[in-house]
Design a protein around this ligand. Structure first.
Ligand code: SF4
Length: 474
C-alpha cells in the first residue's frame, strides 16, 4: 500500500480555524494511502485547507489538523489505520496547553475508503478521531471543521456530497495532473471492495471535463491522467458521448496547443468494456498517450469466472492483438492476483502462459487477500501463504526476464520524453516518460522539467531506460 504525505501551497488567506487568533496560521498534515484517486482526493483536501487559511505542516506533530486518507484494498489496512491513530493519540493530550495559548484542539480526521466503509465505528473505536468523511463527502470538510470549532462533537459524513470540480486542488506535480471523470464502479469483481467503498458509478459531465483539461493546459501542465475505477464505462448521455468520444473531444480541444497538455492518459480500463472505437481512437488521436493499463487478474478462465470478470483469456489476448496492430509501439501493463481461493497449479500455469503471450511492459502483482463485504468470501481461502508467496515470486521472476529483454530492445532508438522530475538516483539526472510510459533517465538540468525532449536510448535496464539528449527541448 503506497503512502504519500501531502502538503498544500503555503499561501495564507481568510481566517485561521485552528491556529491562535491573529498570530501564525493554522497548519495541516495529510497522509495518503492507496491509489491515484486517493492521491488526487488529498490534493483536493489540501486545496480546501489552503482556502481556509491553513498552511502545510512538516509533520503531524506540528499540525493543527491531521488527516489520514485511507485505502482498504489490501489486507490489514484497518489494523494499520488504528495503530497509526494510536500513535497520534498523544496529540490530544496537548489540548489544555493549546487552550491556554488561545488555540483550538488538534483535529484528527479519517477520510477515504475505510472511512466510507466503517463510518461511525471509527470514532466509537478510537476516541481521538474528531471527524470521518467518506469518499463522496470530500467537499464537506469546511462545514465539518466549522461544526467542530463551534463545539459540536464527532462529525461523520458518508452520504453523497459529490462535486467533481477540482479547480481549487493543490496539485503535487507541476507537470502532470489528475482529472477525475467518474466515481464508483458497477462491476462487483468478487475480490474487490471498491463498489462498497466508492459506491456505484456516477459520471462527470463532458463539458466540465473538457473545461478542466483546457484550464490545466493554459496553466502549463503537459500531461493529464483521466481517473475513474472503470473509465471505459464513462458516458454523458446528455452530450451523447461515450469514453472514446470524450477522448476525441479532448484531442480536438487540445489541437494546435503550444506549451500546454501534450498527452492524455487514462486509468483504469476494464477489458470487458474496451471497445474497438477506443482502440481505434488510441491509434488515431495524437494527444492520446500510447499506453494502456489493462488489468487481466489471472490467465485461468475458471478463476476469471469466479472473479466475475466477464471475459475469457482468449478474448483478452484478442484485445491485446488488436491493440498492438492498431497502435504501433503501444505500452501495455496489467494487474495480476495470485492465490485466488482454489487456484490450482494448472490455473497458475495458465497465468504464467498468458504473461508470456501478452508480453507486458510492466505489471503490478499481488497475493490474494480476503476483503470484507466481497463475494469471494464464499470461496474458502485454502491456499497456504507459502504457496501464494512462491507463485508471486515465480510470476515476478518471469516478468523481470521479459521486461529486461524488452527494455534492451530500446537501445539505439530515439524516443520523445516528457521530463517530469529529477532522477531518483542522482540529482545530476532528470527523469521522464515516453508516450508508451517507459521511464527514461538522462543527464540534464532541472530547467528541462516540463519539456518534451528527444533522447537516444543507450541502455535498457530492468525497470527503466538510460539515454542522452539529442535535440532542443520544446
Ligand atoms: S472493475 Fe472490478 S476490480 Fe475494478 S474497481 Fe470495479 S469491482 Fe474493483
Amino acid at each position: 500500500m503506497p503512502e504519500n504525505n501531502v502538503g498544500g501551497l503555503s499561501t495564507c488567506e481568510g481566517s485561521s480555524p485552528s491556529g491562535a487568533a491573529g498570530t501564525t496560521p493554522a497548519t495541516y498534515w495529510i497522509r495518503t494511502y492507496g491509489c491515484q484517486m486517493n492521491v488526487h482526493d488529498s490534493e483536493i483536501y489540501a486545496g480546501q485547507m489552503r482556502r481556509l487559511g491553513l498552511v502545510p505542516a512538516d509533520s503531524p506533530d506540528d499540525a493543527d489538523i491531521v488527516l489520514l486518507n485511507t485505502c482498504s484494498v489490501r489486507e490489514k489496512a484497518e489494523d494499520k489505520l488504528f495503530s497509526e491513530l494510536g500513535r497520534l493519540r498523544w496529540l490530544k493530550g496537548l489540548d489544555a496547553e493549546r487552550a491556554r495559548a488561545g488555540k483550538q484542539p488538534v483535529r484528527i480526521g479519517v477520510t477515504g475508503c475505510i472511512a466510507q466503509q466503517r463510518g461511525e465505528e471509527i470514532i466509537e473505536r478510537e476516541g481521538s478521531v474528531d471527524f470521518v468523511l467518506g469518499t463522496r463527502a470530500i467537499r464537506a470538510l469546511p462545514s465539518v471543521l466549522e461544526a467542530l470549532s463551534q463545539g459540536h462533537g464527532g462529525q461523520v459524513i458518508t452520504e453523497d456530497f459529490i462535486d467533481f470540480d477540482a479547480s481549487d486542488a493543490d496539485r503535487l506535480d507541476r507537470v502532470r495532473a489528475f482529472v477525475t471523470i467518474m466515481e464508483g464502479c458497477n462491476n462487483y469483481c468478487s475480490f474487490c471492495i471498491v463498489p462498497s467503498t466508492r459506491g456505484l458509478e456516477i459520471y462527470r459531465h463532458a463539458d466540465d471535463i473538457v473545461d478542466e483539461v483546457r484550464g490545466l493546459s493554459m496553466r502549463g501542465y503537459r500531461e493529464v491522467t483521466l481517473l475513474g475505477q472503470n473509465v471505459n464505462s464513462w458516458v454523458d448521455k446528455t452530450a451523447g458521448l461515450d469514453f472514446p468520444g470524450l477522448l476525441r473531444r479532448l484531442d480536438d480541444a487540445l489541437a494546435g496547443n503550444k506549451g500546454g497538455v501534450e498527452r492524455i492518459r487514462f486509468l483504469t480500463s476494464h477489458p470487458k468494456d474496451l471497445s474497438p472505437a477506443l482502440i481505434e481512437g488510441m491509434g488515431s488521436c495524437p494527444k492520446i498517450a500510447k499506453h494502456l493499463h489493462l488489468p487481466v487478474q489471472t490467465g485461468s478462465d475458471r478463476i476469471l469466472r469466479q472473479m466475475n470478470r466477464h471475459y475469457t483469456r482468449d478474448g483478452y489476448l484478442y484485445l491485446v492483438e488488436q491493440l498492438r496492430e492498431t497502435v504501433p509501439g503501444v505500452g501495455l501493463s496489467t494487474d495480476l492476483i495470485v492465490g485466488f481461493p482454489g487456484e490450482t497449479e494448472d490455473d497458475f500455469e495458465a497465468t504464467l502462459e498468458l504473461v508470456r503471450e501478452a508480453n507486458y511492459d510492466s505489471f503490478y502483482s499481488f497475493e490474494y487477500s480476503p476483503r470484507p463485504d466481497t463475494a469471494a468470501l464464499m470461496y474458502e481461502d485454502t491456499l497456504a501463504p507459502e504457496i501464494k508467496r512462491r507463485r508471486l515470486v515465480e510470476l515476478q521472476e518471469l516478468q523481470r526476464g521479459i521486461q529486461s529483454r524488452k527494455n534492451r530492445e530500446w537501445e539505439g532508438r530515439t524516443v520523445e520524453v516528457l521530463v517530469d522530475s529529477f532522477s531518483r538516483k542522482t540529482a545530476d539526472d532528470v527523469s521522464g516518460r515516453t508516450s508508451s510510459n517507459q521511464i527514461v533517465n538522462f543527464a540534464g538540468e532541472g530547467a528541462l522539467i516540463g519539456s518534451l525532449v528527444d533522447v537516444e536510448i543507450t541502455r535498457g535496464c530492468g525497470h527503466s531506460l538510460y539515454g542522452t539528449v539529442c535535440g532542443a527541448p520544446r
